[in-house]
Ligand binder design. Structure first.
Ligand SMILES: Nc1nc2c(ncn2[C@@H]2O[C@H](COP(=O)(O)OP(=O)(O)OP(=O)(O)O)[C@@H](O)[C@H]2O)c(=O)[nH]1
Ligand SMILES: [Mg+2]
Length: 194
């Protein structure tokens, strides 16, 4: 049995089930494993306390949640960051994942410098797919887990990610510092959805 057929938590819907009846704006959270995607979704859209996220299991496959946020209905897609799930999203599920996107949030663990190059590869592939299937969609890079970075070197951490990702090539892409423990996260998501 593949993972698509088991371990489906009640509140989630696997992407294969959602072709019918999709509504609301679609947000996509992408990034390497353990960067904090599911935590962000739970804290921002489900009012969970940040401390509770330490127990979240790794996301299996691609999950969708329907949420209401500031009076808008949102379809929030959470792509498991393990390489198998990323590859599945980028290959088999490419069109359904990348179509009709309002905003793509590409999440980077700012404290894991060694992963930036691998993250960049997926970032560039994501942008390519977004240009193809959702040219109107916005892309935001979240330089996340900023609470782990001393304040005086946070700007440097953001500029390192910007340089490695070569963000100067993507004038429409914005990068913001975020943390589930700080207001910056909610503000960034609100600003993006305006
Ligand atoms: N310090 C810190 N930890 C965070 C932050 N956001 C998430 N975490 C922690 O990072 C770990 C991984 O979080 P997840 O939300 O499961 O990561 P994910 O990106 O969904 O991982 P996959 O599902 O495997 O792709 C958890 O222990 C979270 O508590 C943050 O802003 N700061
Ligand atoms: Mg997850």
């Amino acid at each position: 049995m593949s993972y698509l057929e088991n371990e489906i938590p009640d509140e989630d819907v696997l992407i294969k089930d959602l072709d019918k009846g999709e509504f609301g704006s679609k947000l996509l959270f992408l990034g390497l494993a353990q960067t904090g995607k599911t935590s962000i979704i739970q804290v921002v859209f489900e009012n969970k306390a940040p401390e509770t996220t330490s127990e979240i299991p790794a996301t299996v496959g691609v999950r969708r949640k329907l949420v209401d946020f500031s009076d808008i209905s949102l379809n929030v897609y959470d792509v498991g960051g393990q390489i198998t799930y990323l590859e599945e999203a980028f290959v088999d599920l490419r069109e359904s994942i990348f179509s009709r996107i309002k905003a793509l949030f590409f999440v980077v663990d700012s404290s894991k410098h060694d992963d930036f190059e691998t993250a960049k590869m997926y970032f560039r592939r994501a942008i390519g797919n977004l240009n193809e299937y959702s040219p109107e969609g916005k892309t935001v890079v979240l330089a996340h887990k900023m609470d782990l970075i001393p304040i005086e070197v946070r700007a440097k951490a953001v500029s390192t990610i910007s340089e490695i990702f070569e963000l100067e090539d993507y004038s429409e892409v914005q990068i913001f510092e975020t943390s589930i423990f700080e207001d910056s996260l909610l503000k960034t998501i609100e600003k993006t959805l305006k």
